[in-house]
Design a binder for this molecule. Structure first.
Ligand code: UDP
Ligand code: MG
Length: 336
């Protein structure tokens, strides 16, 4: 397959897109694949997806969402789309993030069953028929559960493990442990997801929140073969905060409780100081005790303000109500 050099000329790209525009029609199965700098594996991904989905039905669509890749991923996608009418792409105007990329795919897809899968082949496409079989048994959500995570750093594994356990504790929803977004969902779930207005997407939480019949299929998560993770530490922290703030207001309540506790302690210290001064005639001296208590209370206050800030910034984002993503070009027309 011949590929041109990375596109410098956007007009050329858009004009190339114009000749290939399909109208999305009813499909048995849609696969949504977010793509961020995956040029090295994108061909293997495409072929493996095709083979796996063909085992289910010839009436399918592959929706690739190019999330502002800086490599030739888009060119590959456009090439696939040219030769294969099952391939659709949505090209974002910049990098909007993994959850938003999946959301765009959900906005456009038209399958009765919809699979969300990572584009780095860490989620094996070969598991899709298995997910589909469970769906046929009557489950609206079939998530792929990692029985093992290969080749990920100790830090990532331990923080992910801690995060999901904390999230389970402080939210009332039952998010299955050790699952990512790799899953199959029914059309009904997709429709409800479209109705959920929040700007800070935490799809696995939203899906768990919905209930219905959900089940898991176990698999071994492979390591990333090429490239590096698109989730930087700051993206990971933001994602974790989105998960917590969208599903729990317990941090705000903890802040109040910590405030009451600290006030109580300081009240005891005041009593102790007064008794020492007036009854025992002994003044408490010392710079050290002063600075320690000062810093302690200062720290608690800053953390509390930070917690409140996390909620306020999310309220702000929702009030602004900007579009979630901007599409530069696509060969997919929304059903209306
Ligand atoms: N991804 C994306 N936008 C981003 C980061 C990642 O669309 O800003 C895609 C990426 O191409 C991959 C999936 O999201 O298909 C999962 O990302 P990644 O493998 O980097 O995350 P990890 O597996 O390390 O959690
Ligand atoms: Mg990955």
């Amino acid at each position: 397959m011949e590929l041109r050099a990375p596109l410098r000329n956007i007009d050329e790209m858009v004009s190339r897109t114009k000749d290939i525009k399909y109208l999305s029609m009813k499909k048995d199965i849609s696969v949504i694949i977010p793509i961020y700098n995956e040029e090295k594996i994108i061909s293997e991904l495409y072929w493996r997806l095709k083979e796996a989905v063909l085992k289910i039905s010839p009436n399918y669509e592959l929706i690739f969402v190019n999330d502002g890749s800086r490599d030739a991923s888009l060119l590959h996608l456009m090439e696939f789309a040219k030769q294969d009418d099952k391939v659709y792409y949505i090209n974002f105007s910049r990098n909007f993030g993994h959850q938003i990329a999946v959301t765009a795919g959900l906005d456009y897809c038209s399958g009765d069953a919809v699979v969300i899968i990572d584009g780095d082949l860490q989620d094996p496409p070969e598991l899709i028929p298995e997910l589909y079989a469970k769906h046929k048994e009557g489950y609206e959500v079939v998530y792929a559960q990692r029985s093992q995570r290969k080749g990920e750093t100790f830090f990532k594994k331990i923080t992910a493990k801690m995060f999901y356990r904390i999230l389970r504790k402080i939210t009332s929803i039952d998010i299955p442990l050790d699952t990512g977004d790799f899953r199959l969902i029914d059309k009904k779930i997709v429709e409800y997801l479209r109705l959920m207005p929040e700007k800070n997407k935490f799809l696995r939480g939203q899906i768990a929140w919905m209930g219905y019949r959900q089940t898991g299929v176990e698999f071994v998560r492979d390591e990333r073969k090429y490239g590096k993770t698109g989730y930087s530490l700051s993206k990971m922290i933001n994602f974790a905060m989105d998960g917590i703030t969208s599903f729990s207001d317990k941090p705000l309540k903890y802040v109040t409780k910590v405030g009451i506790f600290v006030s109580f302690i300081s009240f005891l210290i005041i009593i102790y100081a007064l008794i020492s001064h007036f009854l025992l005639d002994r003044a408490i001296t010392g710079w050290t005790s002063l600075i320690i208590s000062f810093m302690f209370v200062g720290g608690i206050q800053l953390i509390s303000v930070g917690v409140i800030g996390e909620y306020i910034s999310r309220i702000n984002k929702n009030v602004l109500d900007r579009p979630l993503y901007l599409v530069q070009n696509t060969n997919l027309k929304k059903e209306s």
